[in-house]
Each structure stands twice: as structure tokens, then as C-alpha cells.
Design a protein around this ligand. Structure first.
Ligand SMILES: Nc1nc2c(ncn2[C@@H]2O[C@H](COP(=O)(O)OP(=O)(O)O)[C@@H](O)[C@H]2O)c(=O)[nH]1
Ligand SMILES: [Mg+2]
Length: 372
């Protein structure tokens, strides 16, 4: 074991054996910060050694989903059942890590699904090529955890992802950090800080080498949220949970498992028997929060059969990126009907945020001719 691993293990042990209360809160917060800094250092070293971190997966489709689970829970079987081979990208072979992509259709959206090697405990420290697998996980739009009746330890899987900087079903903390050359560190907040009082915020910032600048809190953040904001390499990804081989479970066992796996609401499937797969595909499509936007040429009805599929939060600008180039260059404004419009036919600009089922007409500069 390297000395960084030893240091992390010792700090983790200290947290485990320290009773958490008002008196120890500050100390424990500082220990957590130290662990986060050591993990960053570990990543930096692994990168320096040229070990394979930062895989870029060749993405195709409107979104990419990663199947994450222990070995033998049925990931490959499931992929084969719900997808067709993804001919656009083909299998990835990262010497020892092979990632098999498949393609799934959902209401006009194509979703790339990646079958990855099973995660084993210790993956984030590099066990079982875990670091490579986790770096692929960081790039997906949705994590689909797969467990089976023999492997139900979801918590350990979640921890492996967490310690590689993945935050599941969360959002970035509302904390703004600015660094400066001198002048000391200012802490400001728009709300009362109940978790970081008594100098803890400053202690944590120091661990990250932040001595000058400002931290502005726009929410009552926890120590872990401040650590995430300071570490800066966190990714926020939604996740759903699937229990495979569920034909092996009695209905009583199923309910027990459901209770154990809260707050996740698992989808029960049997990949082998093709049970529950429609519900699963629906859950995947819903979790990805697609928008369907219909383009309406001026003076004609919208094309209802072929929506443009966009991710949640997309603007008129993201829609333009998907339309023919001449529309983009001669764009003057857009007209919107539907959920995002304040009134039917509202004229909006590039920054307007679209919503599911919007109908949009692109208004082009006079004299320009559009092909769509
Ligand atoms: N009983 C049962 N076995 C399954 C099911 N799905 C997959 N398996 C079996 O579980 C084993 C591991 O499957 P595989 O897809 O290779 O798992 P992976 O390692 O997660 O990719 C194989 O023997 C599969 O036939 C299922 O729904 N029910
Ligand atoms: Mg497999």
C-alpha cells in the first residue's frame, strides 16, 4: 500500500472511532477535508504515472447510460435484451477494460447504453481496473445500478462512485469560491450556516490551500458540500436502481429488498425471462429528462412525427445546433408555442429555455432562404 493509502485509511479509521457531536464536529470536518485533499493527490499521481485515467468514451445518440454493478449480476444479459448493437461506435477495448455499447430507442430518442466490467470493492483505489471503469462512469448522463438477489450491497457501490468524485441524484452546492493573492479569506452567506459555524469553513478552506479570497454560501451547506465545491472535480449524475433475476424472489423477499434499498425505488426485472424490461426502459427514458421539441416551418403545421430531442435545460441555441447550418447563420428570432411560451407565438431569443412539447418556428433574416 502506498503511503497516501495509509494516510487515508488512518484518517477514515479516526472518523469511524470518533463520536460525532458538537464538540467533535469541527475536528471531523477537518479530517474529511484532509481525506478529500489526499484523494485529489492520489488522482494527480495516477495521472502523472500515465495510468489510464480519463478515458473518453465515444458517445453516440442523445444520451449515454452506464450499467454499473458487481460482476455476474446480469449486466451483459440485460444489455443484449434491451438494446441493439451500437454500430456507430462499436466495442471499446481499453487493453483490459472492454466497454460494450448498445443502442436503445425511446420515443424518438436514441440512448447509448454502456455495459461495463463489474465493479469490485476497492475499485476507486484501482482494484479490478476500477479506476478506468469509474472514469467512464464519470462521463455518463445516467447511472443504472444493477443488483441481483445475491449481490444487494448497493451502499458499497455508491461509496466507490462517491470516492471517485461522482455525486448521485444531487446538484452542485450553491457556493461561490474566488481565490485572491492576498487579503485573507472572507466568508459570507445569504443564509444562516448551521453546519459550518465556529470557524469550520475556514479550517476546511485551509486544508485546500485557500488562504486568500472569498467563499459565498447561498445555502446552508454541509462540510461535505464545501469540500465538494473546493475539490472542484465533482460530477453530478442521476441514478436509478434495477434488481435483476427477480424471478428468483418471492413477493415477501421482494418487499424486504425494496425496504432495504430505500431511498431508491428499484425496478424489478428478469433479463433472462424478459420481465419488467418495458418498465425499465420507461424509467431510463424518464430519468434522462428529455425534451421533445417540434419545429414548425412558417405557415405550416409542426412536424409532430419527428421531434428534436434535447436534454433538460436546453435553449433555443441548443435547438439551432441541431438544425441545418443555414438556419443557424440567418437566425433572427424564434417563436414559441407550448409550455415555455408566456403566450402562444411568443418571440424569443437564443437564450430562451425550452420545455418538453414546445413548438418552435425559427424566424430568419429577410432575404435568407431556409431549407427546413
Ligand atoms: N436467474 C437469472 N439469471 C440471470 C438473469 N440474467 C442473467 N442471468 C445469468 O447470470 C449470469 C451472469 O450474467 P452476465 O450477463 O454475464 O452478468 P455480468 O457479469 O453482470 O455481465 C449468467 O449465467 C446469466 O445467464 C436473470 O434474469 N435470471
Ligand atoms: Mg458482463
Amino acid at each position: 500500500m502506498s503511503s497516501i493509502e495509509d494516510e487515508i485509511a488512518a484518517l477514515e479509521e479516526e472518523i469511524r472511532t470518533t463520536q460525532y457531536n458538537k464538540a467533535t464536529q469541527r475536528h471531523i470536518g477537518r479530517l474529511r477535508a484532509k481525506i478529500a485533499v489526499l484523494r485529489l493527490e492520489r488522482e494527480a499521481r495516477a495521472k502523472g504515472k500515465g495510468s489510464a485515467v480519463g478515458y473518453a468514451v465515444r458517445k453516440s445518440g442523445h444520451a449515454t447510460v452506464g450499467l454499473v454493478g458487481y460482476p455476474s449480476v446480469g449486466k451483459s444479459t440485460l444489455l443484449n435484451q434491451i438494446t441493439a448493437a451500437d454500430s456507430a461506435s462499436g466495442a471499446y477495448d481499453f487493453t483490459t477494460v472492454s466497454i460494450i455499447p448498445g443502442m436503445l430507442r425511446w420515443h424518438g430518442a436514441s440512448i447509448q447504453v454502456l455495459d461495463m466490467p463489474g465493479l469490485v470493492p476497492g475499485a476507486s483505489k484501482g482494484r479490478g481496473r476500477g479506476r478506468e471503469v469509474l472514469s467512464v462512469v464519470r462521463s455518463v448522463d445516467l447511472v443504472v445500478f444493477l443488483v441481483d438477489p445475491e449481490h444487494t450491497n448497493l451502499r458499497a457501490l455508491v461509496q466507490e462512485l462517491e470516492s471517485s468524485g461522482v455525486r448521485l441524484n444531487g446538484r452542485p452546492p450553491k457556493i461561490v469560491i474566488t481565490r485572491a493573492e492576498r487579503g485573507g479569506l472572507t466568508i459570507a452567506s445569504t443564509v444562516k450556516l448551521t453546519h459550518l459555524a465556529g470557524g469550520l469553513a475556514v479550517d476546511i478552506a485551509r486544508e485546500f490551500g485557500l488562504h486568500n479570497g472569498a467563499i459565498v454560501f447561498r445555502e446552508d451547506a454541509t462540510a461535505d458540500q464545501l469540500i465538494d465545491a473546493l475539490a472542484g472535480n465533482r460530477v453530478y449524475i442521476p441514478a436509478i436502481l434495477v434488481v435483476n433475476k427477480s424471478e428468483l424472489l418471492s413477493s415477501v423477499e421482494r418487499e424486504h429488498l425494496r425496504a432495504d434499498l430505500r431511498p431508491y425505488q428499484p425496478v424489478f426485472v428478469s433479463a433472462r425471462n424478459r420481465e419488467g424490461l418495458e418498465d425499465l426502459v420507461e424509467a431510463i427514458g424518464t430519468a434522462l429528462k428529455f425534451l421533445r421539441v417540434y419545429v414548425k416551418p412558417p405557415g405550416r403545421p409542426p412536424d409532430r412525427d419527428e421531434p428534436v430531442i434535447l436534454r433538460e435545460g436546453s435553449t433555443v441555441s441548443s435547438l439551432l445546433d441541431r438544425l441545418p447550418a443555414d438556419l443557424r447563420t440567418s437566425f433572427r428570432a424564434a417563436q414559441v408555442w407550448g409550455p415555455s411560451a408566456r403566450f402562444p407565438g411568443q418571440t424569443v431569443g437564443r437564450d430562451h429555455r425550452l420545455r418538453d412539447e414546445d413548438v418552435v418556428t425559427i424566424v430568419i433574416a429577410r432575404g435568407a432562404r431556409a431549407t427546413a
